[in-house]
Design a protein around this ligand. Structure first.
Ligand SMILES: [Zn+2]
Length: 262
């Protein structure tokens, strides 16, 4: 177990592993609010160089790309770089395993703002979506793809979008590609050969969901440990969670009858 640094050039955040602290049992993984589980994991596990915990409000302000890098750092802090994603083959439907080394995805978040030119040479100034955008998009469920894209365009040829710059839905696919090229993590695509039929698949992966599923599994293990210790020693949840990890492990071995007090 070790702390993992990320985003070193902008702010030196340190990540700890998820699944051992009192904050970790409070994370709700099946919350209806989009982004809230990620925000809670980041706030529980990240601290700055002075040991100050990341605040929830700040985590909501981070781009989706930066939030993903934060989740990856939390995963790496547990010493676990390999993640297995699942997807059905597009040709034969057989399930495929897509192994991913999350350490290979880098530790430096993409710049939150970038410029892009369309085929006609028109310059778009764009911003990456942040956690807060997820909540706003959810509240405006009827938002068209065009209106949604508009929220991420800050200027077109140095004029604000509100000034009525001519711009049509034809630009959307190219704009999508521009976001994907600048931030390949948020809409991660993996190539996978199907073991059954040999078809090479280009699979869109939900990296955030896969990372959160891993943390939810760790939380379930932690809660199970609490239940076993409470049953055996009649300590409260808070008392058990306040124990350092090595002492919890020792008491659990004692329950299993394998522990030696020597
Ligand atoms: Zn196949």
């Amino acid at each position: 177990m070790h702390a993992v640094a990320f985003a070193s050039s902008t702010a030196g955040w340190q990540a700890r592993a998820f699944g051992s602290g009192a904050d970790d049992v409070a994370v709700v993984f099946d919350a209806a609010e989009p982004g809230s589980a990620t925000t809670a994991v980041l706030a529980a596990c990240l601290s700055d160089g002075d040991g100050r915990a990341l605040q929830h409000e700040e985590a909501w302000d981070w781009t989706l790309n930066r939030r993903l890098h934060g989740l990856i750092a939390v995963r790496l802090a547990a010493g676990d770089a390999s993640l297995e994603l699942q997807a059905p083959c597009g040709a034969c439907g057989e399930p495929m395993a897509l192994p991913l080394d999350v350490a290979s995805l880098g530790s430096e978040p993409a710049a939150p703002r970038f410029a892009w030119r369309d085929a006609q040479g028109v310059e778009f100034r764009l911003r990456l979506p942040c956690g807060r955008d997820l909540r706003q998009w959810r509240d405006r469920a009827s938002l068209s793809p065009m209106a949604l894209a508009r929220t991420l365009v800050e200027a077109i040829d140095d004029r604000s979008v509100e000034e009525g710059v001519p711009w049509s839905a034809d630009a959307l696919p190219a704009l999508d590609d521009a976001f994907e090229a600048h931030d390949p993590l948020t809409a991660l695509r993996l190539q996978a050969g199907c073991p059954s039929c040999g078809q090479v698949n280009d699979v869109a992966c939900d990296l955030e969901a896969a990372l959160l599923a891993g943390f939810a599994g760790r939380q379930a293990v932690l809660l199970d440990e609490v239940a076993r210790l409470a049953g055996a020693f009649h300590w409260s949840e808070a008392e058990i969670l306040a124990l350092p990890r090595w002492r919890r492990a020792q008491y659990l071995r004692r329950i299993d009858g394998a522990g030696s007090w020597a």
